[in-house]
Design a protein around this ligand. Structure first.
Ligand code: ZN
Length: 490
């Protein structure tokens, strides 16, 4: 996700693209879980009626007796404990008044037999399927759901506004099993409260003729007399999302075997946004590893924050007025295609691992693309000034500020504290590291990180080890000092 808070200040160029990593992707996809989702979208009452089968594979090294699923729409129901927006953002998120939603699971089957799942979590946000037999590593189990979801009128990842219907985090998605536990962290208003395994998706969605669909994956659409039907295939992605609108205009361009598309409304220079997406994918492919997919879509959407990343598809908020900010959000969300999608981490527990890195890589982009009206040095200087400004204001108000970054998103006290620690201080940390070990070692570390761990989930130790190996330096005290809040910035 990208929050807009910096005053932005310029710089291009094309890089040769390595061959696409499609064969590795195909190989990896054979070892993953398979989701097949059929969606009927009703535009009149803004609801979806779905069937979903999950061919779940136990990719842990433990023997499983149950499988847990996140039900993220429960955060949007009336009375939810873990609400999707903070009080500070409620009015902006719900311009037409607070609106609720929920997910109603009407049928669950395990390996073809009807079962009754149980629900856990403060908002019944975790669905638990008890297995009839132990599931050994690499073994598979088939879980089937029928469910309906009523969408809330909220300008969020999941919900609808005046221009777009945002369908993300709407379906039961398997929790990650690691270190002997299911990671069942609930939704949270700060940051991106998600953590999932790579999986393959086949999605069929029926929707009215008047709408245009942007989505993760490769689409094939047939048009009937009353409706459209789009079949989508996405291999080795961390999630699936789509956006519908009757206002979308679409421009596309194929480059390096990737179809780039821009879904927009109210944009006088759409080719500039599309080119920014192409420049971003090309730059990060060159720096880290090839973008291995066949499509990448940027989507203008009704969304209260700056932007939001999903595999192959990102939201860019229609609220952004300054076009340099708009392009900067495109760069940021594109960097997440590596730091979130290709290399996964627990975004709930360690947001600095992907979010701070993504924000610094966004600034790094301008070192290689000098025709944009922004540059890294000005941006890191602005981050420094903004950070000091935040500290002085909050110290005056609260007496002290917790500057630790090694905490979960629900441990940050306020929206601004999360934003200034993870985005702003996070950038200062990576900029300090960049200056300490130098550009070559820094980029070498990220290349190694991407290429070693793509399609996997990794802990902070894996990232730190990449920086240590690339720089031949012990960086434990560096990261400890920054993450524990012991570095004094003044
Ligand atoms: Zn982000």
């Amino acid at each position: 996700m990208k929050k807009i808070f910096l005053i932005l200040l310029v710089t291009v160029l094309c890089f040769p693209i390595f061959g696409c990593g499609t064969s590795r992707l195909l190989q990896v996809s054979k070892t993953l879980s398979n989701y097949e989702i059929s969606i009927d979208y009703n535009d009149e009452n803004k609801s979806i009626t779905n069937t979903q089968s999950v061919d779940y594979v136990n990719n842990s090294d433990a023997i499983l007796t149950q499988i847990c699923f996140h039900l993220y729409p429960t955060a949007f129901k009336e009375g939810a404990v873990n609400k999707p927006v903070s009080e500070l953002n409620t009015a902006k998120a719900y311009p037409n008044g607070v609106s609720f939603s929920n997910i109603n699971i009407t049928r669950t089957k395990l390996n073809g037999k009807d079962i009754s799942p149980t629900y856990e979590g403060e908002d019944d946000n975790i669905l638990v399927v008890q297995l009839s037999e132990r599931l050994f590593p690499t073994q598979r189990a088939c879980i089937y759901f029928e469910y309906t979801v009523a969408l809330p009128n909220i300008l969020h990842r999941f919900g609808y506004g005046d221009n777009t219907v945002n369908l993300a985090n709407f379906y039961p998605v398997a929790c990650v099993y690691e270190n002997g536990n299911w990671e069942t962290s609930p939704y949270h208003c700060n940051g991106d409260p998600f953590y999932s395994e790579m999986a393959n998706y086949k999605v069929i969605i029926n929707y009215p003729l008047t709408l245009t669909l942007a989505s993760t994956g490769n689409q094939k659409t047939t048009t009937g007399s009353n409706s459209k039907c789009t079949s989508i295939v996405a291999r080795a992605v961390r999630d699936f999302a789509c956006v519908l609108s009757d206002k979308f205009q679409v421009i596309s361009k194929k480059e390096n075997n990737i179809i780039f598309s821009y879904y927009y409304f109210d944009d006088e220079t759409p080719n500039t946004a599309l080119q920014c997406a192409i420049d971003s994918i090309n730059t990060f492919s060159n720096l880290f590893m090839d973008y291995p997919y066949e499509s990448y879509s940027i989507v203008k959407a009704d969304f209260l924050h700056g932007g939001m990343e999903y595999p192959n598809l990102v939201y860019i908020s229609s609220d952004i007025i300054n076009y340099d900010d708009y392009l900067n959000v495109i760069v940021h969300e594109t960097a997440h295609q590596w730091w979130y999608n290709l290399v996964g981490n627990n975004e709930f527990k360690n947001p600095w691992q992907d979010e701070s890195m993504t924000e610094f890589c966004t600034m790094l982009f301008y070192d290689y693309n000098k025709n944009y009206n922004l540059n890294r040095k000005d941006m890191t200087n602005a981050a420094y000034e903004n950070y000091l400004f935040f500290l002085s204001i909050y110290k005056d108000i609260l007496g002290s500020v917790d500057t630790r970054m090694n905490k979960s998103i629900n441990e940050y006290n306020t929206d601004p504290e999360y934003t200034y620690m993870v985005y702003v201080k996070g950038v200062l940390m990576y900029d300090s590291l960049y200056q300490l070990i130098g550009k070559n070692a820094f980029v070498r570390a990220l290349k190694k990180y991407a290429q070693s761990y793509c399609y996997k989930n990794v802990s902070p130790e894996h990232l730190i080890a990449c920086f240590e190996n690339a720089s031949n330096a012990n960086l434990e005290s560096f990261f400890t000092a920054w993450l524990d809040g012991k570095v004094i910035i003044n």
